[in-house]
Design a protein around this ligand. Structure first.
Ligand code: 13P
Length: 252
């Protein structure tokens, strides 16, 4: 299976010009990318720009960083999964810790996830503990995020689900998790998914790692860490770094 690498641009860059420069250099650097599927998830305002952009390989897809759960109507400032789909978006990130920190509950995350999957998008459910307290038991916070996010989601929609393990303490801190711990967490996550959806369905759900991923550590996470891909924040804003990350992963 191709590794999945998602560039989460967060609230960057500051102008259309810089967004198109970044996309241009990423596209140029990855003309011949192999064994990887790349998703660029810019702020909503740059989606039209990027969907018209001639990104050179068929490996590129457009992503979004959030969605709303209703299909349309009087919801000032919100954007629906249907609107995203109509704008060329294929994948949406849901429940990122930066959104949870702004007050998004597991209930809200669940509604967004259901709307995204039901609307025909792939959806990345982000989970992660806040403190680096490596307990022997699987952290309750992750179990809750997983179970409450996924409860009552139809089994038939799970084929479009992706899980991203993003320990909050590793995001933007330069202190990435270790491949060994990421491997252990991915096993625990998969075990929970087995319980919820059965082995046949759950074994196909990709599990990604995110948190201070760089060109130096990327290959280790998909190698020793055995994850199916990466969710990259800061390093995706520098075309050279992002291209290198994709190349390193593609070469594993
Ligand atoms: P950093 O790569 O900047 O740590 O961010 C990770 C992240 O939050 C991706 O969604």
């Amino acid at each position: 299976m191709k590794k999945l690498i998602i560039a989460n641009w967060k609230m960057n860059p500051g102008s259309q010009r810089d967004a198109s420069r970044l996309a241009h250099f990423v596209g140029r650097g990855l003309r011949k990318a192999k064994n990887v599927e790349i998703v660029l998830a810019p702020p909503f305002v740059y989606l039209p720009l990027l969907s018209n952009f001639k990104l050179p390989t068929s490996n590129f897809k457009l992503g979004a960083q959030d969605t709303f759960w209703e299909k349309g109507g009087a919801y000032t400032g919100e954007i629906s999964a249907l609107q995203l789909k109509a704008s060329g978006v294929k994948l949406v990130i849901v429940g990122h810790s930066e959104r949870r920190a702004l007050g998004e509950s597991n209930e809200v995350v669940h509604k967004k996830l259901n709307a995204a999957l039901g609307g025909g998008l792939k959806a990345v459910l982000c989970v992660g503990e806040k403190e680096k307290e490596r307990e022997i038991v699987f952290p309750k916070i992750i179990r809750d995020e997983l179970h409450e996010g996924l409860r009552k989601i139809k089994k038939s929609l799970i084929k479009n689900l992706i899980i991203a393990y993003e320990p909050v303490w590793a995001i933007g801190t330069g202190k990435a998790d270790t491949p060994k711990d990421v491997y252990e967490m991915s096993i625990l996550l998969r075990r929970e998914l087995y319980k919820m959806f059965g082995k046949k369905i759950a074994s196909k759900v990709p599990i990604l790692y995110g948190g201070s991923v760089t060109a130096e550590n990327a290959a280790e996470f998909v190698g020793r860490g055995m994850v199916d891909g990466l969710l990259v924040g800061g390093a995706s804003l520098n075309a050279k770094s992002f291209v290198k990350i994709v190349e390193e992963v593609g070469a594993t």
